[in-house]
Design a protein around this ligand. Structure first.
Ligand SMILES: NC(=O)c1ccc[n+]([C@@H]2O[C@H](COP(=O)([O-])OP(=O)(O)OC[C@H]3O[C@@H](n4cnc5c(N)ncnc54)[C@H](OP(=O)(O)O)[C@@H]3O)[C@@H](O)[C@H]2O)c1
Length: 281
């Protein structure tokens, strides 16, 4: 079973299932990426903040693949929002990836309380990167509706994706709905809530009925909602398990039952983008 592609609003295609490398130590990243590529993944989600972009490139080489065989996303770190700093960061990302382009480049966080709240200038620099060919597609991450509305009002380019926290306990409904209405694909991060949803009795019952694992059910739920997901694991058996989600289908009743697990804002595990102001040193 092959992974479907999603066509983004700029015409580029992205594999709907990928592999995330957040919190994988740099010296373990190449091996994890190689295991994922050997299992069939062709989409890797990294970030300058994760410190492991070089490991992604090394993993692709170790798997015997060419750069062009793999869809790579990276992200602009919080420290580099000002245009000149962003240009240096873009060059650094390309150098670490050993490539002259990324498939998708995202503003990692909007940081509305920093840089005078000027994520619009940062977005204009991203538009410059796309025009220069450094990033085939550009998008954002952790943008709230108000932030997206401001980009729409003040710039000419709609982000291709918005990567946001989203899992069965936190559907991030208003942001996902805005994306759907405006042609911005949603990329849920922490799609299995870093494992916290896996003991939920509603999910374990659905998993048993399909003869699949709970993680597979949750990932399948994302896929059936049309989202782009990239679970993280450093456990080879789980890396393969998370890829094996295209041989079954959740029923409308399953989808409704998972839909009822949303706790709204109380289900959010990560930082709130309206106040998050972390600047890595
Ligand atoms: N843009 C952002 O701000 C942002 C924030 C967070 C994440 N992300 C992206 O989203 C990706 C995924 O999110 P995430 O890493 O936070 O969390 P996640 O994918 O929801 O969960 C990863 C955790 O679940 C465990 N796990 C994975 N597959 C499993 C399975 N089949 N059964 C049981 N446990 C399993 C992993 O353990 P082991 O590794 O020990 O197997 C790991 O502890 C990241 O890697 C990153 O690319 C982006």
């Amino acid at each position: 079973m092959s992974v479907p592609n999603i066509t983004l609003n700029d015409g580029h295609e992205i594999p709907q299932l990928g592999f995330g490398v957040f919190q994988i130590p740099p010296d373990e990243t190449a091996e994890a990426v190689k295991v994922a590529l050997d299992a069939g993944y062709r989409h890797i989600d990294t970030a300058e903040m994760y410190g492991n972009e070089q490991g992604v490139a090394d993993g692709i080489a170790a798997a015997g693949l060419d750069r062009a065989d793999v869809y790579i996303t990276s992200k602009l770190n919080n420290t580099f929002h000002e245009p000149d700093a962003a240009r240096k960061a873009m060059a650094g990302t390309l150098e670490k990836l050993g490539s002259d382009y990324v498939d998708l480049f995202l503003i990692h966080w909007p940081l509305p309380t920093l840089y005078g709240g000027d994520y619009v200038s940062t977005w204009n620099t991203m538009i410059e990167f796309q025009k220069a060919g450094y990033a085939r597609s550009i998008g954002v991450s952790n943008f709230q509706v108000a932030h997206l509305e401001r980009l729409a009002a003040e710039t000419d380019v709609v982000p291709a994706v918005n990567q946001i926290e989203l899992h069965p306990y936190f559907h991030n409904a208003a942001v996902a709905a805005y994306g759907k209405e405006h042609g911005i694909d949603t990329e849920p991060w922490s799609p299995i809530a870093q494992g916290r949803v896996l003991g939920d009795p509603v999910l374990t019952e659905i998993a048993a009925a399909h003869g699949k694992s709970t993680a597979q059910v949750v990932l399948r739920w994302h896929i059936q909602l049309g989202y782009i997901v990239f679970p993280k694991s450093t456990t080879p058996a789980r890396i393969r398990e998370n890829f094996d989600i295209f041989d079954f289908e959740l029923t409308p009743a399953d989808m409704a039952a998972i839909g009822a697990l949303d706790k709204g804002e109380a289900g959010r595990d990560g930082p709130n983008p309206d106040t998050f102001a972390y600047l890595p040193t």
